[in-house]
Design a protein around this ligand. Sequence first.
Ligand SMILES: C[S@@+](CC[C@H](N)C(=O)[O-])C[C@H]1O[C@@H](n2cnc3c(N)ncnc32)[C@H](O)[C@@H]1O
Length: 275
Amino acid sequence: MATSDAPDATPSFDTSQPTIARVYDALLGGKDNFAADREGAALYLQYVPDAGRCATENREALVKGVHYLARAAGIDQFLDIGSGLPTQKNTHEAAQEINAAARVVYVDVDPIVLAHGQALLATNDSTIVVTADLREPQTILDNEQIRQHLDFGRPIALMIVGIHMHFHDDEKPDEWVRTLVDALAPGSYLFITDFVDTGEPLQKNMERAGLESLGNGWIRTPERIEQHFLGLPLVPPGLDFLARWFPEEPDADVPDAAELQPWQRILMAGIAKKG
Ligand SMILES: C[S@@+](CC[C@H](N)C(=O)[O-])C[C@H]1O[C@@H](n2cnc3c(N)ncnc32)[C@H](O)[C@@H]1O
């Protein structure tokens, strides 16, 4: 594998402050986190005792989405932005178990992701990790390594999974994503998960935990989350709670939303197709 700025750039980490990637890792039971991150995770668990299960269910949704994209949609190129620290099943593993030739680019703003990706991907030539910022989408599109690894003339699955909540609407995150989507070929897909606000106290608790620990982590109405898809049509079953969302089996017999546990009504997922 290759990396964006190796070998001369040695990432330096400020471990005194929690980061999104490391708090999420702590919630997933990972080991790539420090005391400040574990304190952040503890705050999440205080407000939302099942926050760890929310994180795990989000990872499961990521795999469901990637399996759909690699199998049913026939996608063999993945641009996973805000990819996070390596966990049990990552995008490249989910994609490459369907199509061994699938190519994956991980992008994350946190340099710890690059450091760990180097170790994980040492023997995987089809996958690279790049340190870049979603807030500067043009730098992602102009990145030489990314352009060499992915063919923007063919469909790509753009994954913005579990990131929107970290940006306030005033920052206009949809505009960053629009810049990326505009650069994708017809037949590409946009895969998103986000925190939802349907008026439930536990959803508000999730927001409080994020704001107090990380300074971000906003919830949004389903109507507002749909706008993240920029008017592109959602593939079945549309936008739904993670536990009800099975893009490979959109007609599956799923429980009513009201039958889910409250913690299962905190995140929603959807995939849209660029025509
Ligand atoms: C909650 S984690 C989600 C990880 C993974 N996508 C998942 O859903 O399991 C959010 C990730 O987004 C990254 N992130 C936050 N701000 C970002 C930015 N401006 N550009 C790129 N990545 C960012 C964080 O470092 C973190 O790894």
